[in-house]
Design a protein around this ligand. Structure first.
Ligand code: GLU
Length: 280
């Protein structure tokens, strides 16, 4: 199990699954870490369904997730799903736009690749092709965060990770990320940052694979006058090849184990002790 958070005040944590595939062991571990940290501190554990991605979201999975969490023996408070919060995303985006902190971009993934973008920790780093370019008014665009403009306003920022201590914010590792998408509303970065603030989350617990995203979230907090929680980026559950578990690589779904009659509370204990079978 993870090192406890540095703070011993009651903390508010959350588990924020996206209903675009069944939960697997990695999600179970993440939920248990968040749950146990909150409960050990006398705080609250929240669950938020991150269904902002309308095209990929499968509403029926939210119920499956609830059954999985119950099966693991967790207790939680559910906060509103992202699909009900669009007005808050729109308001924040309008504010960033009015302050000149975003710019329109018409590049497709293929354009970004063709422009020779360097690979960052969460995908290609946008090379700024559309920055300072006048784009005809009727073009379909996405909107990107202008990190240089943001930097001029915020100066050097910091955030705190339970494992790695104080972090000097380095959002350029991800570059000018998309905040408002062409086909859908807010991006993950904008939505999750706003939601964590709205939900009063004081300790964001999530996998190490999202560590670098926090640099962007910290910038958004500064630009939108949001509080900065502490972070707990826990280790990932890896498969036999040392790769992150993912449904598409055949990681067994919690729902399948549950339906096969496995004991979820036993599995939760095994995950706490980091002694478990990956299953097939
Ligand atoms: N919805 C995200 C996911 O399922 C979680 C993001 C987060 O914890 O900040 O990967």
């Amino acid at each position: 199990m993870s090192t406890p958070t540095a703070s011993n005040r009651p903390c508010i944590t959350r588990f924020a699954p996206s209903p675009n595939g069944s939960l697997h062991l990695g999600h179970a571990y993440s939920a248990i870490v968040a749950h146990d940290l909150a409960k050990a501190s006398g705080g609250r554990f929240l669950v938020r369904i991150e269904d902002i991605d309308g095209a990929r979201s499968r509403p029926e999975l939210a119920d499956e997730f609830r059954r999985d969490l119950e099966w693991l023996g967790l207790e939680w408070e559910e906060v509103p799903a992202q699909s009900t919060r669009l007005a808050s995303y729109e308001a924040a985006f309008a504010r960033l736009k009015a302050a000149g902190l975003v710019y329109p971009c018409r590049c497709t993934r293929a354009d970004v690749q063709a422009a020779g973008a360097k690979m960052g920790p969460m995908g290609p780093i946008y090379p700024g092709t559309c920055k300072n370019v006048v784009i005809p008014a009727d073009t379909q665009v996405q909107w990107r965060l202008d990190l240089e403009a943001a930097d001029r306003l915020t100066g050097q920022l910091k955030w705190y990770d339970d494992f790695d201590g104080v972090q000097f914010c380095d959002p350029y590792q991800l570059g000018d990320v998309v905040l408002w998408r062409r086909d859908e509303p807010a991006s993950y970065h904008l939505a999750a940052t706003l939601d964590d603030a709205a939900d009063g989350v004081t300790l964001v617990t999530r996998g190490r694979d999202l560590f670098e995203a926090t640099h962007i979230h910290r910038v958004l907090q500064a630009l939108l006058d949001l509080p900065t929680p502490a972070y707990h980026h826990h280790a990932l559950v890896l498969d036999e090849r040392g790769e992150k578990l993912a449904k598409r690589r055949g990681s067994p779904a919690l729902a399948a184990r549950r339906e096969a009659g496995d004991d979820g509370r036993v599995l939760a204990e095994q995950l706490r002790m980091q002694k478990f079978e990956l299953g097939t």
